[in-house]
Design a protein around this ligand. Sequence first.
Ligand code: IDC
Length: 342
Amino acid sequence: MAFPSPRRPTRRRLAGLAFALGAAGTLAAPANAAPGAAATPFEQYGRVAVCGTSLCDENGAPVQLRGMSTHGTQWYGQCVTDESLDVLAYDWGADVLRVSTYVQEDGYETDPQYFTDLASRVIEEATERGLYVVVDWHMLDPGDPNANTALAQRFFRDITARFGDQDNILYEIANEPNGVSWQAIRNYAHTLIPVVRQGDPDAVVIVGTRAWSSLGVSDGADESEVVDAPVNAENIMYTFHFYAASHQDWYLDTLARAAEELPIFVTEFGTQEYTGDGPDDFAMSQRYLDLMARENISWTNWNYSDDFRSGAVFEPGTCDSGSWADPGSLKAAGEWIRDRIG
Ligand code: IDC
């Protein structure tokens, strides 16, 4: 196991490091932590649940989880390993990892068993580090989640069979519906949520929203369609995604309004354009981060890989060489987000 060098001595990070060194991968408390000090995000917050418009810890206090999304595991599974997750958990101080299983584009539909095993490996590695995990069913094209209902049912049945007794897992049932109405997405949610709940009755379920999880804004609608016809289930959140260089005040204002009415989890965002590439807009990104901090909106940034695009945090080649802890491996977006996660 590789350990990160002590660069940013936050309390959380040092506790995590002590945890890793002292416990050698088991879930024991760190030997040198102050009495009662939490060593990992999960030890700190316990089972999270929706309360009002927030995510709350096991004592009912609002909590904001911050972390990274993987890229598609069919392309970048080599970027999520024990070593790279040591860096994310103990060096960056992340709370949460989103594990993205694409359905199409050479993903799950080509070999369900393989992709369930792959997601399971990553979920286990994140869990060993006390991270929360968002299990992302990364439907994208076709944009109607109902096109993949049978596969989704199988995936969530299998994943909850393996992890339903853990309390650090959240389930995101549709990454980015597009070209479909909120009504169609809502019907899909009413089909999938009971499947998840059968295997994991008390977990948070996150529901994608219309027009690439923009709460409808990219189709000229807005959050009112969800407010007026919410999903008929408890302990659920709604997804909002943004790419700061493309999605400016109009989008930010939507998120600000929606946060007053709906529990939102930003399971994907980038500091660049919606292609996941192009120039970063850090000023706009910071305005989003400030809003999300004020409103306790949890987030995972896209993405923890060494893809060539500007939104992948590592320079190409990082994952093959295993140089995740080297500051020289970070792209500008990576350095920026690392400094804001912990
Ligand atoms: C992009 C990846 C890119 C990949 C493409 C395939 O960055 O490497 O080739 O997906 O579909 C989303 C999607 C997410 C996109 C991302 C950036 O959820 O899959 O990733 N994005 O375009 N919505 C808005 C932006």
